[in-house]
Each structure stands twice: as structure tokens, then as C-alpha cells.
Design a protein around this ligand. Structure first.
Ligand SMILES: [Mg+2]
Length: 279
């Protein structure tokens, strides 16, 4: 089986509400879709949602880089996923988001060829129920508290709150949200690199009474050498997100004892193949 045709599409969809984090605002979901067709008629589809300030990629750069990646994959065996991933990495460094769309399309083909749903193809047994959260954008504390009520009323069981502003504002945000929704719904927070090391420890200590599950990426991703200090002094577990793109980053953070948890995203790891890797 060989890859016959690769098609790339831009997909721009206006969000109902702007998505605001400490790193910037998104008004549109600007994604890239990859469709790979094989010579025996299988079609695999992958999609990525590059975030400029996180991936260093946009829909437009992804569309261009996808042409480079597509050129080397044409005529290759789609089931040789490791080889395809290696070839993509030889074409260009980084660009993990658009690479993940190709990786996803290849896994789509591989699992169809094996006549298995993807979870079975990956060795899963579908026995774990995963409960997702809904994110509150960073905003005025009153607006965020109102959003929390709306999200709860829609039936979401966990809420994630974007922080990463000033210490006073961030405490006020969580205080208002807890006042509105009580303590039954688990809250997790994400500073998206918005605090410096000292502020992070202060805010996390201040937030201890508000029953927070964990805090994502409290300090800048480049400052990971200071993350162990934050972890050691925080009463709230630390989850690495932007500082943990792939298995190499994960190994480094474990070696430093820098965090309790990882946020694994296909757009950071270049796809499923790397996301599954361990040391
Ligand atoms: Mg995050």
C-alpha cells in the first residue's frame, strides 16, 4: 500500500466567544486538515490546531509546511509510521502541530487497514471513562464567575480556569468562582507561563484553601530550571504543559523533579507516535 494523494485544507471557524489566555487571544479556530489517500482507496484524515504563541505555528505556516511534508510522503508506505515520522523530521525541525495532523492521518489509515477502531489498534480496551473539563478564559473576575455558572449548568463536571495575571487579580478570580459555584466541582488552573517564580509560589500558597486539583505551567517555559523550586514550595500539584512537548522534555523534567504531572498534547509531540514514547 502506498500513499497516492495528499490534500491540505485550511479550516477557519469563528469561535462563539474569544478564547483568552495569558499568552494572547484567539477569535477563530484556525486549523489545518490533512487528507491522505492510498493506492487501494483508504482515506486517512488528520487535523491540527496550531497556536502561534505556543507552537510557533499558524494555520498559514502549517499550510505551507504541509506542502514540504506531503512532497516526501507521496509514494511511501503509510503503515511504516516510524519511517514517515523520521522523514518528516528530516524535512524540517519543529512544526509539531502540522506534523501531528499527518501522524493522525497515518494512524487513521493504519487502524482502518487493521480493521480496528483506533483505541484497539493502540492497545487500549475502552474501559476507562475520561471526563473532560471546560475552560474559562482569563477575564474580569466577575465575568469568569458568571462563566463558571454557565459551564456548570451545561453539565460539565470539571472546570479549568485560565490565570497568569497579577497575584491580586488571580486570587480574586478563583475566590469569586468558588463563591459562585461552591466546592463540589473540581477546579484546575493554568497560568500559561504568566507568573515569575516568586509570584507563582505566592499565588499557589494563597490559592491553597480553594481546593485546586493542579496548576499548569506556572512560570515561563524557558525557566524550567526553576520549576523544581515552584514544585517544592507549592501546596498545589504542578503540571508541565508548554515546557513538556515530547518524551525528551518529559525525561528532563523528571530528572529535575520539576513537576507532578504532564499535559500530553499531540500538537506538541508531533502526533501519536511520539506521544506514546517513553524512556
Ligand atoms: Mg495549558
Amino acid at each position: 500500500m502506498l500513499i497516492n494523494v495528499i490534500e491540505i485544507f485550511k479550516s477557519k471557524i469563528k469561535l462563539l466567544e474569544p478564547f483568552k489566555i495569558s499568552l494572547g487571544i484567539l477569535d477563530y479556530a484556525e486549523n489545518v486538515i490533512v487528507r491522505i489517500t492510498t493506492d487501494n482507496g483508504l482515506v486517512g484524515i488528520g487535523e491540527c490546531s496550531p497556536f502561534r504563541t505556543i507552537n510557533g505555528e499558524s494555520m498559514d505556516t502549517g499550510f505551507i509546511v504541509a506542502q514540504y511534508l506531503g512532497n516526501v510522503l507521496i509514494g511511501e508506505n503509510p503503515l511504516a509510521i516510524e519511517e514517515c515520522v523520521t522523514m518528516m523530521n528530516k524535512v524540517i525541525y519543529g512544526n509539531t502541530s502540522i506534523k501531528s495532523a499527518f501522524d493522525m492521518a497515518l494512524y487513521d489509515i493504519a487502524s482502518q487497514y487493521a480493521n480496528l477502531p483506533l483505541y484497539k489498534f493502540l492497545g487500549g480496551n475502552n474501559s476507562t471513562q475520561i471526563i473532560t473539563d471546560y475552560t474559562i478564559s482569563i477575564d474580569r473576575p466577575e465575568k469568569m464567575a458568571d462563566d463558571a455558572i454557565k459551564i456548570r449548568d451545561k453539565g460539565f463536571k470539571i472546570i479549568k480556569v485560565k490565570l497568569g495575571g497579577t497575584r491580586g487579580d488571580d486570587i480574586e478570580r478563583i475566590k469569586r468562582i468558588r463563591t459562585q459555584i461552591g466546592y463540589d466541582i473540581p477546579l484546575r488552573i493554568d497560568a500559561n507561563q504568566g507568573w515569575d517564580c516568586r509570584t507563582a509560589v505566592e499565588v499557589l500558597k494563597d490559592l491553597e484553601p480553594y481546593k485546586i486539583q493542579h496548576c499548569e505551567e506556572p512560570i515561563p517555559r524557558w525557566d524550567f530550571m526553576n520549576l523544581p523550586f515552584v514544585k517544592k514550595n507549592s501546596p498545589i500539584p504542578i503540571m508541565a504543559d508548554e515546557s513538556c512537548c515530547d518524551h525528551h522534555d518529559a525525561a528532563r523534567l523528571i530528572g529535575l523533579d520539576a513537576c507532578h504531572r504532564f499535559n500530553i498534547k499531540l500538537g506538541k509531540s508531533s502526533g501519536i507516535f511520539n506521544a506514546l514514547k517513553n524512556y
